[in-house]
Design a protein around this ligand. Sequence first.
Ligand SMILES: [Zn+2]
Length: 374
Amino acid sequence: MEPWEEPIRALPVSLPPVHGEVLGWYLHRLAEANCTLPGRLAQMLAPSKNPLVGRRTDAFRCWTPHVTTRLAIISGTPVATLHRHLPAIKRHAARVRGEVVPTRRDYYLTCPHCMRSQGITEPVLAHMPRALRLCSTHAIWLDGNTHYRVGQMPELITAQREHLRLASRFPATLDDATKEADKLIHSWLMVRTQPLLIDRWRQRLDQLPKAEPPPYSTLIRRGHFSDEREVIITYPEFVTLLELIADPRWRAHRILGGRQTTADEHEQTIDVVFTRLEQRLAVPTLRSMPERKLFNNDPLFRWIDPRGRIRFPSTYTGNPAHRSPKRSAQSQGTEAPADQIHSDTSPTNAKLHRMTTSSKTTSIPTVPAEMRTA
Ligand SMILES: [Zn+2]
C-alpha cells in the first residue's frame, strides 16, 4: 500500500489555511507546526515520487479523488473551508467538473500585521484578490516585493476602497480594464506628456523611502514597472482611470475594429471621454501636448480610437482649432523649486524630476462648450 493510500489521522496541531494561500506554503506551515516535513505530508495526500515540495508549488502532479478529504483529516480543517481558502483545491475541483481554469501566478505576501493578529508570525504567500493592492487597516502596500508603508498618503487608502467597489460593480470587464489602465498610466509616466500628473506623482514619491533591495524578490515575480514605487505613486489615478474604462457604458464609446465612423463622431467621442477624465482626474490640461508630441499619439486617444490617427491623420496636427494659448509647466506651478527636490537619486526620482522640468506644454485642444457637460 502506498503512503497516499494508507489510513491517516489528524496531526497533533490543526491549522487552517489563510484565504488564498498557496498550497506548498500551507503544507510547509502545517509541517512546521507538527515537526515533520512538507514532502512527507504531500506523500500522504497524493501520488508523488519526489519527496520535496516547494513553498511556491501550487498543485500536485497527480491528484486522486481523496486528496481534499485526506488534507481535511490531517489538518483538522473542514473540506468546505479548504475549498473556500485554497485556490489549488478549488481549481482542481473545477477541472474535475470539466471546466477550463487557467493557473494564475498573481502571488503576493499577506500583510504581516494582519497575520500577527491571527497568531501567524510571518507573511503568507497567497493569490492576490483581483482588486487588492494594499492593507487598508495597516496601510501596507502589498502589490510587490517590498511592503512599503503608505499611511502618509490617505488618497491611496481611498483608492483601494474604490478599487474594491469597482471590482464588484464591473466583474466582467475588470481584468481587461486593469491591463488597459495599467498600460495607460505607464505610458503617461514614460512619455512625459502630463506635467500636472508628473508633479503629483513626484510629490508622492518624496513621501516614500528610497528604493531598497526588495526582501521578497525571490518569491514574487511580477515585472510591469521597473520600480515598484511607480505603481504606488500612480495608484489613485489608476483607479480613477479604471472607473471609466471598466464601465461598459464608457467602453461602448470606443471605436474599435472595422467600425465605420465619421470625423465628427470621432472628434466628439474623443472629446466626451477626455472631458470626463479631465474632470475626474482634476487635470484640465489632459489634452495638452509638449513640443514635438502629437495629441493623436496619446495613449488615451489610442485607447478610444486605435486607428483614429490613421483614419484622421490631419485632424489634430497643426490644426488651430485644436490649439490653445501656450502654457508651460512652470506657469501652472508644476515645476518644483530646486530646494524641494527629494534627495532620492534613484532612477524613478530622476525620471520624474526630468519630466517636470522638461514638459513645456504648448497646445491644448479646444473643447466645444456644449460637450463640457457630457
Ligand atoms: Zn494588515
